[in-house]
Design a protein around this ligand. Structure first.
Ligand SMILES: [Zn+2]
Length: 299
């Protein structure tokens, strides 16, 4: 169980994300117990947990639940995670296309990983991926999402310790790309983000320290220009505390919103612990940011 850290958390993953294990209702129960009165569930690349979240939200009327998603987009600056808040309960036709593209991407990216390793002489099959996914994911998620990519730690442990294909993670990270395999880029920013905006949701650049090269203003301006985000995730487990006020000031200067989240992936006691050390509401964001976001969402 967790201790109280902050009164809101706008970045949470449940077992419906390929790299997470926490139960949907667990977050609501913990939020209620701790007085974390506003939470957003932001799965990687889809909203497949929405039906369960809506049921949990009804059971915990003391918790304000924000529909969200974390969508990773391809950009000329590399791939970037975007936390989207205030997503519609029923996806618009454009969002349906976006989610279909991400569901395909997750399976195709998983396949391309296997094909690449196999082409390089390290046999790794889709069936093995399925076996690994079943170790830490419930069947209901695989029924909806198919054989996606596998959480990096689970996959590395298997390839290193069980298959003994590689000596360490470094060797896997440094694998070249075989010419026989086409890389699968994430869906493009100019396909995904307009659909999110048109659906009335707000886009935030997630945990931006690496994307912003810490505090490189030129880079921040360039990303703001191209992505047209509504806000910045100014506080997050991975954002150094001294940068939070800097990002907040930048956001205010450019009339952008500020968000914050813990990015929890697992609950205490889950058999698999991904991004361990995480805490619900574990960030230094200002609760007043919630009012600013809610005001914009109600417009
Ligand atoms: Zn995340």
């Amino acid at each position: 169980m967790w201790e109280k850290k902050n009164s809101f958390d706008f970045h949470l993953h449940t077992l419906w994300s390929y790299d997470a294990t926490a139960d949907v209702e667990f977050y609501f129960a913990e939020a209620s117990r701790l007085g974390v009165n506003c939470i957003a569930i932001t799965e990687h690349h889809h909203m497949d947990s929405l039906p369960e979240a809506l049921i949990a939200a009804e059971k915990y009327p003391d918790i304000t639940y924000i529909r969200g998603a974390e969508l990773t987009v391809s950009t000329p600056f590399g791939s970037i995670d975007m936390v989207c808040l205030g997503m519609p309960e029923v996806p618009t036709p454009e969002l349906q296309q976006v989610f279909a593209a991400y569901h395909n991407w997750q399976r195709e990216y998983g396949d391309s990983t296997c094909l690449n390793m196999t082409a390089l002489g390290y046999p790794y099959s889709r069936e093995e991926r399925e076996m690994l996914l079943k170790r830490y994911r419930p069947a209901k998620t695989l029924n909806v999402q198919g054989i996606t990519h596998v959480q990096a730690g689970v996959q590395c442990d298997y390839l290193i310790k069980e298959k003994k294909l590689f000596p360490d993670r470094e060797a896997i990270r440094n694998l070249p790309r075989s010419e026989k395999v086409t890389p699968k880029p994430y869906p493009a920013y100019d396909f995904v983000l307009p659909a999110v905006r048109k659906a009335g949701a707000l886009t935030f650049i997630a945990h931006p320290t690496r994307y912003f090269q810490r505090n490189n203003l030129e880079r921040m301006d360039a990303l703001r220009e191209i992505l047209q985000f509504d806000g910045i995730e100014c506080a997050h487990t991975s954002v150094p505390e001294e940068l939070t006020p800097f990002y907040r000031e930048y956001a205010l200067k450019h009339k952008l919103l500020s968000s914050a989240g813990s990015d929890c992936h697992s609950a205490p006691g889950d058999k698999y612990q991904f991004s361990s050390g995480c805490q619900l509401g574990g960030h230094i964001g200002d609760p007043r940011w919630v009012d600013e976001i809610m005001e914009r969402l109600q417009k």
